[in-house]
Structures are given as structure tokens and as C-alpha cells.
Design a protein around this ligand. Sequence first.
Ligand code: NAD
Ligand code: IPM
Ligand code: MN
Length: 351
Amino acid sequence: MARIAVIPGDGAGIEVIDAALPLLEQLNQVHGLGLSFERFEFGAERYLKTGEALPPGQIDIFRRDFDAILFGAVGDPRVKGQVHAREILLGLRFGLDLYVNFRPCRLLADRLSPLKGKGRKEIDFVVFRENTEGQYNGLGGVFKKGTPDELAISEEINTRKGVERVIRAAFAWAKRNQKTRVAMADKNNAIPAHELWLRTFKEVAAEYPEIEAKHFYVDNLAMQLVLQPESFQVIVTTNLFGDILTDIGAGLTGGLGLAASANLNPDSTPLFEPVHGSAPDIAGKGIVNPFAALLTSALMLRELGHEAPAAKLESAVQQAVEQGQCTRDVGGTLSTQEAVAAVAKLMNDAR
Ligand code: NAD
Ligand code: IPM
Ligand code: MN
């Protein structure tokens, strides 16, 4: 029995979770996975009504009583500064100490590659984004706001423990998955504190002589990702750089409508979420791509130990994309619901 907390969030997040859940329920029945889903309406609506993003003690409840969290997306133009989104999403990542943000970037169909001459064989890498430190901690402040002397400070944190554990996770994953290269991106030429990343990377790499470990400045890595994506298998980097590089990764693999992620710590309750946000520009029209949410659900099933249904779901999504049975952002004409139905049918046909 595994208890899963479902947080749809806002906008497109709600749409993709509403579309994905029935398919997950069906998989649960057919494969006897013993999953139970409990829904939590945390998002802009609740925040605007009550002034509260997450109830007190909620993070402890998730840590203690749940096996996973399935998350849609948060973000609402009505909330100034996206305070609720930070409190919910960053609150969960930090509060549950989910130090790995694992983001696979795999091209599912050659036609979706934006790069001349680069197809499925060339675009297949994963990013280990540090997820609890960096520039995301909220430390800092504003002084003399609104005057010509205004000062805005945001601190960046890098701890030995934080840097080492995500680098270790990247190497361990590479080894487990027969990968031969790990790349690390920092900016130690301009940000001296990043020397900690370089030193730690070299030390951990020494324990994996069979894996080629290569350091990049992040600006160069961003360019190389576009020029020769085939040279990357595993990338490990800071929180903010990982955020940006994984949107490049999404761009290389068909866009945010297909990008999945898992926030992990083996000793905590993992959180699974599509990389995309609440997509206010297209939300509410029934055209949001639900496949990122489905691929995210597959990551969750795999993490919960259900490899077979996870692989089946991934392969059905891939077939749907290949056959053009998908939403318009990836070249189809289907609605959100129809795209999920197409995947469900492909899975049933495969049985
Ligand atoms: P976004 O990911 O919401 O959208 C970026 C672009 O990608 C938009 O053009 C959108 O239409 C498209 N897109 C995103 N998801 C899609 C999908 N499933 N199918 C088809 N197209 C899709 O990013 P944004 O516009 O920069 O941010 C909007 C809001 O979402 C902001 O409030 C932001 O803070 C928030 N956000 C939340 C998360 C999250 O909850 N994890 C992630 C990113 C952004
Ligand atoms: C993501 C998002 C978030 C991030 C935002 C919404 C805080 O862009 O999950 O990639 O920067 O981590
Ligand atoms: Mn992002």
C-alpha cells in the first residue's frame, strides 16, 4: 500500500493532473499496485481566500504519512510575486529536503528535434539539479526601495554537504545506468564560491575511475548542449543553472509539454512534477499537453518500485507522440483529455 498526495496546484497544473489521474487509477487497478490517492487543493485559489499557502504542519504530515507527492504546477497572475508558489513548491522541496531534482531530457521522436541532424540517438541525457540551496533560499533583502539608491541583495548558498550529496547522486545514477560520462557545470571563474563545486566534483569523480568526469563553465555547457547534445549523458549542476539548463533540455526534446521531473531524497517523501508551470497563456482551453504529467507519473511509479507499468506508460506516451496522437504543441490536434485517452488505448492494446 502506498499513499500518494496529489497537489494539482494552479492553471495547467490542475488540467494535466485531472487528465492523468484516471489513467493512473486504471493502472493501479489493472496491475494491483495498491496505490491510494488523496487530493490537496493547495494553490492560488486557497491562498487568495485564506492568506495561507500550506497549512501549518503539512510538510511533516507529508514526510511522515505519505510515500510520494504528485504535483501539477503552481503560479497565478493574480498573486503578486508568486508568494504562494514559492511557499508551496520551494517549501516542499526544502522542507522535505529533496536535494536531487532529476530531470531526464530524452527526445521521443526525431521530428521534434529543433537541431539539424540531431535526432533520438543524439539527444538523451539527464540533469541532476541541486534542489535545496543555491540562489533559491530567499536570504537577502531590499533597502531604500523605490529610491535611486535602492539595493537588492540575494545570497547564494553552497554547502559541502549539499554539493557533495547531489554530485554523489549523479555519479551513482550514472554507474547504475551504465553511463560513462558525467559533466558538471558551475561558474567558478566569476563566482569564487563555486570552487567548492569543482573541488568536490573532482574528489567524488576520483571514486569512479571508470566514468569520465568533465567540468564546464555553465555558459559553455549551455552552448555545447545545443551544438553537440550527444556528448552529454549526465549533467550535475546548481539549483539556478539546473533550472535554466533543463528548460534548454525541454527545448531540445519537444518543449515543456513533454518534460518530466522527480524531486528526490532516499530518506524523505519524493515529489514528482512536470517541469512546466501553470501556463497561463494556454490554460483553460483544453489544449495543455498532459504528457509531461504522464511521464512524471511514470517516474513516480518507477521510484515506488513498479518498473513494468512505468516502462509501459513511457512507451505508450512515446508511441502516441510518434503517431501524432498528441496535443498541438508537439504537432498533433488532440485535446488534453483525448491525448490521455490515446495513451490509455495504446496501453490497453499492448496487453
Ligand atoms: P510555463 O511553463 O507555465 O510556460 C512556458 C511556455 O510553455 C508557455 O508558452 C506555455 O504555454 C508552454 N507550456 C508549458 N506547459 C505546457 C504544456 N503542458 N503543454 C503545452 N505548452 C506548455 O512557464 P511561465 O510562463 O514562465 O510561467 C507561468 C507560471 O508558472 C509562473 O507563475 C511561474 O512562476 C510558474 N511556474 C511554475 C512551475 C512549477 O510549478 N513547477 C514551473 C515553471 C513555472
Ligand atoms: C521549475 C520552476 C521553479 C524553479 C519556479 C516556479 C520556482 O521554474 O520547477 O523549474 O525555478 O525551480
Ligand atoms: Mn523552471
